[in-house]
Design a protein around this ligand. Structure first.
Ligand SMILES: Cc1cc2nc3c(=O)[nH]c(=O)nc-3n(C[C@H](O)[C@H](O)[C@H](O)COP(=O)(O)OP(=O)(O)OC[C@H]3O[C@@H](n4cnc5c(N)ncnc54)[C@H](O)[C@@H]3O)c2cc1C
Length: 290
């Protein structure tokens, strides 16, 4: 493995100054980055760790949702009752990531910046919405989750910028959600297909809020597929078995996955239909119109 220097700045300004140097990368938990370095796919000279910046390690309620410092570990999210109460979809998705060792090391910043096309976290994020707080030498900016994932292993971060915080919005009050993951290997694997469904009904049982997001089915893009045509079909209607079947069919038609070692593209399309149906049924629980 190529040698690198690990630098642990004690202020954000110091970190940003170092990040300006050539061949420098931020390191979170290192669970993704070190594999790339070991395999010679990345050859950084300096790795900048943010773990001595206490302000990046805190999470707190924000509005009805939560904000997480970039160094928050996934294991802390998984174990937090506050997150389970406010963002049950995020808790459910995080529990599916790898194993306890991975979740204990992996950070929020690293998880979103890795931008792998098979990510549990990104699917839940797209279904809820929120903002990524970013700092660079030019100052701070907020990027909406919708705009953060821009392509295969690519985010909207500019050179020299790092993520300091992630703000996640809660689903509207009364809405319920489900997160389901299809794996073709060990349960600790990344998802072959992953689905997040969020549904809110009014007192008469008509749908007033609907989100359907599928991960791993948009080529190798880091951006999960938001199935807006299916969401719109549900709005204003009572959601019946026929509505669920039609929504799942739309998701299947829109899915354009790549074949990889996990499964063929055709299998992923079929699983998109199956897992959308199951996720919508689970989110609705007993609240269906027949
Ligand atoms: C055995 C194993 C099983 C796994 N299973 C799953 C799974 O089931 N589901 C799933 O979704 N994922 C899975 N993963 C992937 C895992 O979720 C990621 O490796 C992890 O979330 C990355 O977080 P990290 O903090 O370790 O990132 P790092 O490896 O430290 O960094 C990843 C990338 O983000 C950049 N980065 C880190 N922090 C910042 C920051 N604050 N600002 C800007 N850039 C930053 C780094 O430079 C690097 O490019 C698995 C990984 C392993 C090793």
């Amino acid at each position: 493995m190529q040698k690198f220097d690990l630098i642990e700045p004690t202020s954000l300004d110091e970190a940003l100054g170092i990040l300006g140097k050539e061949d420098t990368r931020v390191i979170g938990g290192g669970t993704a980055l070190i594999v790339l370095v070991k395999n010679g796919l990345l050859r950084p000279r300096y790795l900048v760790s943010l773990r001595k910046l206490p302000e990046l390690g805190t999470s707190k309620p924000r509005g009805t949702g939560m904000s997480f410092g970039a160094c928050t570990h996934l294991r802390d999210i998984e174990r937090s009752n506050k997150v389970r109460e406010r963002l049950p979809l995020v808790s459910a998705a995080v529990e599916h990531i790898g194993n306890v060792r991975v979740r204990s090391a992996a950070t929020v910043g690293g998880t979103i910046c890795e931008a792998d096309y098979q990510s549990d976290f990104a699917v839940a994020l797209l279904a809820l919405g929120g903002r990524v707080r970013v700092r660079g030498l030019q100052g701070e900016r907020l990027i909406s989750i919708d705009e953060f994932y821009v392509g295969p292993y690519t985010t909207a971060l500019d050179t020299g910028e790092l993520v300091t915080e992630l703000e996640i919005d809660a689903a509207p009050q009364g809405a319920s959600s489900a997160y389901l993951k299809c794996v073709t290997g060990p349960v600790t694997d990344r998802p072959c297909v992953a689905v997040a469904a969020v549904v809110g009904l009014d007192a008469a049982g008509a749908c007033v809020h609907s989100r359907l997001v599928v991960g791993g089915v948009d080529g190798f893009s880091s951006r999960p597929l938001r199935v807006t045509a299916a969401e719109q079909l549900a709005i204003g209607a009572k959601i019946t078995s026929q509505t669920i079947a039609a929504m799942s069919e739309i998701a299947c038609r829109q899915a354009d996955p790549a074949s990889d070692l996990k499964a063929s593209a055709q299998y992923k399309k079929e699983m998109t239909k199956v897992f959308c149906r199951r996720a919508l049924e689970q989110a609705l629980g007993g609240n269906r119109g027949g």
